[in-house]
Design a protein around this ligand. Structure first.
Ligand code: CP3
Length: 336
């Protein structure tokens, strides 16, 4: 059984390291492929290239896990929205149409995403058996933020827009939950052995809605994973001390902490769960000494409990790959 899966199932306390966004723009070998493939969604749907990109960081740094090269926005795409990436502005989705969204059936959805499942099959064949292959989804709320364009320029929730769509949210969430579970199951059937649920925008949910839009929606997904014995990790980014209530309510196998969560606090307050991540990805932009000092804090704090070394968000595009290499080697040496 693969390393990360073992930890999540609490079968064995072993050491493990991988990074969110480990396959991406900071790697020259990724930028090379990307420069020849202008359309990002098409690149995600090219099974061979997606698999090659997935394996790039694993080969370069000998990480313990691969995360499939794909995107959380492929689900809204398969549910009828067009996606474009505007330079320095992030993704933009075509206007949401409830009728089109509700019209998409299971067969159409799976057909659109079959290249992702093929990429997972191909990657599993080429990945060492003791390494985990991680698949992922965007959590329902975070997908809604993009699908309904709920953020303003500064990254704050636009309350006006939120109020306008509020009456339709329940019906949208119901369909999203069903199709996200289909996407998880199809990825696992193709060979993924762990799923990570990214709720990157959980931190902007108004307090009174946190239970409905974050806890309940993540909980439904995790209940599904548990019913199918799929090891799972949640990442409710930005919810501060609510991490504790989230963990108690949702009960995922693993939880990724962000860089606003104090590691000592996390150790004390997040129980019956495998903790993952934590450090600010900006530490890789600092001098080596500073980077290793922060890494030491996390490794030390969690050394006697099951812990997966990772960061508090994805690797930044300006990261020097040599720094990633140094960080992985430091982590390995520390655990020897
Ligand atoms: O982690 C990995 O290496 C696997 C691949 C992966 C990508 N996106 C590839 C990608 C994963 C796990 C994601 C998740 C994702 N996508 C999230 C959740 C995690 C997070 O960062 O909060 C979100 C919110 C998205 C949506 C998205 N996709 C955004 C906001 C952007 C543009 C800006 C950015 O963050 O890179 C993307 C594009 C994207 N997804 C790129 C990559 C490598 C960059 C594409 C490029 O311009 O070359």
């Amino acid at each position: 059984m693969s390393n990360l899966k073992n930890i999540l199932l609490k079968k064995r306390i072993c050491k493990s390291v991988w990074f969110m966004r480990q396959a991406g723009r900071y790697l020259p070998e990724f930028r090379d492929i990307r420069s020849k493939n202008e359309d990002f969604i098409n690149l995600c749907l090219n099974s061979k290239l997606s698999s090659d990109i997935t394996l790039q960081p694993v080969k370069r740094f000998n990480l313990d896990s691969a995360i499939i090269f794909s995107d959380i926005l492929l689900v809204p795409f398969a549910l009828g929205q067009k996606i474009s990436f505007i330079k320095d502005q992030g993704p933009k989705l075509s206007n949401f149409n409830l009728e089109t969204f509700l019209d998409v059936n299971e067969d159409q959805f799976i057909k659109t995403l079959t290249p992702v499942y093929k990429a997972i099959e191909l990657t599993r064949k080429n990945l060492n058996k003791d390494k985990s292959l991680i698949c992922f989804i965007g959590a329902p709320w975070t997908l809604l933020v993009y699908m309904l364009n709920l953020k303003d320029f500064e990254g704050n929730l636009s309350l006006d827009k939120f109020r306008k769509v509020n009456s339709n949210i329940k019906i949208i969430l119901k369909k999203l939950n069903k199709f996200l579970c289909i996407h998880i199951q199809s990825q696992v059937e193709a060979g993924a052995d762990v799923v990570q649920v990214f709720d990157s925008w959980a931190g902007i949910i108004p307090k009174t809605y946190l239970k409905d839009l974050c806890f309940n929606t993540n909980s439904e997904i995790i209940k599904f994973c548990k019913s199918k014995n799929i090891p799972n990790i949640c990442f409710p980014k930005g919810i501060k001390d609510k991490y504790k209530d989230f963990n108690k309510f949702v009960k995922p196998d693993g939880i990724n902490i962000d860089y606003h969560v104090d590691p000592d606090w996390a150790k004390k307050n997040l129980k019956d769960v495998v903790i993952q991540g934590g450090a600010n990805p900006r530490i890789l932009l600092e001098k080596e000494e500073k980077m290793l000092e922060v890494a030491t804090k996390y490794i030390q704090t969690f050394k006697d409990i099951p812990y997966v070394f990772n960061l508090g968000h994805g690797l930044l595009p300006e990261t020097d790959p040599d720094k990633v290499d140094k960080l992985v080697k430091f982590y390995r040496d520390f655990n020897e």
